[in-house]
Design a protein around this ligand. Structure first.
Ligand code: HEC
Length: 178
């Protein structure tokens, strides 16, 4: 084993050539760019879950948002979206059963941007004005869409997850990154 490692290392050194060889410079550049790309990607995805910008919203907004959540948003997400975006199935990588899952989003990116319904993929999807039309084979009522939109405008509060400890939070971030 030791010999194998040594001989592979020697071969690799041979391949790179001497000091300042073009191959060596290339290898260092590629390694650096790769590292940079991975760090950027991880930071970007982790920030979706960590930077929830809840500080921007007033207590009144939070109260209104929580009311909307329990009266309309949660039932709608569960009934109209949960079958394809829940525990059993997560089409396009998206789950709608927690705030962090929505912030993390699916293959296209975050599903919601708290405070900005117009920039939230979920709203564009239920408005059905673009290519993405949700729910599949159906359309939400104008009241349901309005409730989702107002809830996001109020910061998209999700009462149960606000009590998550740092360990669960960390697990969610790792989930989002992977
Ligand atoms: C019958 C299954 C089904 C239902 C119900 C459904 N979806 Fe989807 N959803 C899909 C599929 C399949 C895709 C992937 C579509 C694609 O990539 O073109 C998707 C993709 C999405 C995406 C884009 C995710 C991403 O990042 O790629 C969003 C946002 C979304 N759905 C929101 C919703 C919402 C909100 C509801 C409920 C109002 C809902 N969906 C109901 C099947 C469903």
């Amino acid at each position: 084993m030791g010999n194998w490692v040594k001989s592979s290392w020697a071969k690799f050194r041979g391949f790179l050539g001497g000091r300042n060889s073009p191959a060596k410079k290339m290898a260092v550049t590629v390694a650096f760019l790769g590292f940079f790309a991975v760090v950027t990607l991880v930071a970007q995805r982790a920030s979706r879950v960590l930077l929830t910008s809840s500080g921007k919203f007033t207590a009144a907004q939070r109260a209104e948002g929580e009311q909307l959540f329990s009266d309309k948003v949660r039932p709608t997400l569960k009934r109209k979206c949960g079958k394809c975006h829940g525990e059993d199935d997560s089409r396009s990588g998206l789950r709608v059963d927690s705030r962090d899952a929505l912030l993390c989003g699916g293959h296209r990116g975050p599903a919601i941007t708290p405070g900005q319904p117009d920039h939230s993929l979920l709203i564009l999807a239920v408005l059905q004005t673009g290519d993405l039309k949700m729910p599949r084979r159906g359309k939400l009522s104008p009241e349901e869409i309005q409730a989702l939109s107002d809830w996001i405008k109020d910061g998209a509060p999700w009462p149960q997850t606000s009590t998550l400890g740092w360990k669960d939070k960390f697990a969610k971030v790792v989930d989002c990154i992977l």
